[in-house]
Design a protein around this ligand. Sequence first.
Ligand code: DPP
Ligand code: ZN
Length: 885
Amino acid sequence: GITIRREDYQPYPFLIPTIELEFELSAERTQVRSRLVVERRKDVLISSDLILNGEDLTLVSLELNGVVLSQTQYTLTEATLTVHNVPDRAELVIVGTCQPAQNTSLSGLYVSGKHLFTQCEPQGFRRITWFADRPDVMSIYRVTLRASRSEFPLLLSNGNLLQQRELEAGRHEAQWHDPFAKPSYLFAVVAGDFVCREHHTRTASGREVLLQVYSDVGTEDQTEWAMESLERALRWDETRFGLELDLDRFMIVAARDFNMGAMENKGLNIFNAAYVLANPNTATDGNFQAIESVIGHEYFHNWTGNRVTCRDWFELSLKEGLTVFRDQEFTADMMAAGLPATEAASARAVQRIDDVMGLRLSQYPEDRGPMAHPIRPESYQEISNFYTATVYSKGAEVIRMMHTLLGEQAFRAGMDEYFRRHDGQAVTCDDFINAMQWALQQTAPQKNLDVFRHWYRQAGTPRVSVQLQHDPVAKRCTVTLTQDCPAVGVEKASPIVKQPFHIPVTLGLLDDTGKSLSPQVTLELKEASQTWVFDNISTRPTPSLLRNFSAPVLIDYAYQDQELALLSAHDDNAFTRWEAGQEIASRKMIALAQAWRQHAKFEELDPLLAKSWSASLLAKDLDAGYRARLLSIPPSHAVIERMAHMDPLAVLEVRTRIREQLGTTHAATLLNTYQANLTPGQYSPSPGPAGKRALKNLALTYLMASKHPEAANLTQTQFRHATNMTDRMAAFTALIHDGSSELNAPAATQFYEDWQHDQLVVDKWFSTLASSPRTGVNELTGLMAHPAFTMRNPNRVRAVVFAFCMSNTRGFHAQDGQGYHFWSDQVLALDAINPEIAARLARVGDQWARFIPEVSQRLHAQLERIATHPTLSRNTLEIVSKALS
Ligand code: DPP
Ligand code: ZN
């Protein structure tokens, strides 16, 4: 593949102030007439022909200033249209066609169900018409859509509806105008037949706006939560950041076939239906929360992404890291809303725990594997491959560290300054940091973010080693922090020496009864090693390190077992309290897995783990949702990731065994916990009742795992009589994953019969079966032969193929190696249909070199098989060639 480098950025030599598009829409063949005004930029020295991007298009005609161009006046290739000798100012009219029904990549204009949708980020617009398809070319769009009225009664595009009219022969037309200049990746068209939920509201300054949520006919009872979430997002951005909706109309449309979660097209967000549709009967607590956060995310992009956008795709984290930070804060504020202080803190801690778990499960492995890259990558072959956990989740952590270093007030001043400087522009991460640095220096002139910028240039997860010394005579404690971050990924081939990061480490010191010995502080580590002194500390303290996860780093401190026990019982920071319990469990699980591998034998349940776990089980004063996190044994992937030689099956055995032992030992308390956390009455997805359900259902899975005599009945009863999908899914999963074969086959049949009409619930059914330890390659192949399975729908592929390869440790890593062969088959099959999704599945092989030798060799063989396939997409080729290099 060809490597594109950040340092090679050149501005586009033309401005395209306006674009007028006319669509003759139809599924088989859509014609697009595009009228561009182009002006040569006098400030850009490279003078050149006008080069436009275009892929999978058929050219019908081309006119420059009203004159039809002959074939010597332009050059057409697979990827570009070059117009020669363009005057300084010109009008170009291009007519071309594309074939939506043939477009299985779901990038550009495509068919989903009976509707037409577009997806343009990052490079889909060039699959609709020829254009300077890059984020720094911003234009005012005027769009005319024409189509058959009966087939496509609704015709939507960005901005405001200017007019609608009937045409001859059953056709109709709609004209849209977006008053804000935007890059092509924010363009959108939707045509089809939908139901619409509407809500009129006012912005803070009193402007009336219309909010609309469009979805498939028959789903009108599933969009209430999405609309409520949208209104909350509007209010939150006004209150927290002073940012208002700038359009008269804001639309969300749910699509069944969608590569990503959702897309922030200006005024016309298109969403994966999984992040719109919900009611208590069809959606779990987790779904409700995900919908609120994705709706918030896309809405917040209107300012962080759309009003201020990216200069080029290397700057993706400028909008994504910042917008994830904003959606995390939104969710945390919503979860804590209206709760008394202690409950609010615990609701926020639950949110933080879930975000950090996500980061560690997806971003940490990425940061040490072949795809490791800084949050602002230096190079790529296929930009679609860089919508990564690093750009999004680590990007959000980097913004969060700035928030920690500046404080809420200065951070807000920095945001205000960022918009003051750059509204309407396509800018870089440096521009954002400059605005934050300006704000920092208003309150702390001696401080700067010079060292902090290294987070944008360097990849890898820094390791911070902690040394603590205590002098009882001087009553003095010294803490030394030392950082290290070896070269990873492409850095290994570069001669550049890595610089220290600027790392905020929030720290508390506890005495041996768990009381704070000094106020919590945030140490700013900016050099390779630094020491801090704490006075008036009479006994050796236990450090509570990286409170609230103040930086995306690994902490190395030689905790004694009893220190971890102390933190897990008493730390008044809810995040590090949870962390200590997880650390105990992880350490023990790694030791047990190694022993299992050597002797195929289990030790007794470790007393320290047993004790800290049962203390959490009995801590009834704690919030239920938080207690559910305390009582969750670390997921297999998190433990595997910490092993020198990753051994998935050994960890799975150990984890299964520990759950059994805990369930057996504490059966009576678990039964009480189950009964004490029922949530009768009307369903609400708010953190109180959702936390109770999480705890109750966790108790149920421990009872099922330990084959408690009452567990099967309890689970079946819950499965049959559940009044919401959270409880139904919990019972269903327990029956399928942990139930006997007499239980799980009827449950699988029943669930499908009850829910086959709802595609999102059918996805839940598929993924529960695909991730079940009972499902091997043979069973999975059977599942893929089910009439409801299709390789064309990304949600379905995620529910079946991804769920098996990423969440079914036993099936995927089965010792006969069939799981790996299945994986490479599916990567190749998908690659011919949808390269973006195929490349994502290919990343399952990223970590091949870190496994125990037998796994490693087999995965390597399958990677080579993929790499040598004759017709591989650029997307998948980049992933496998990096994995093999
Ligand atoms: N739709 C993706 C997101 O919102 C890409 N912008 O994160
Ligand atoms: Zn985003």
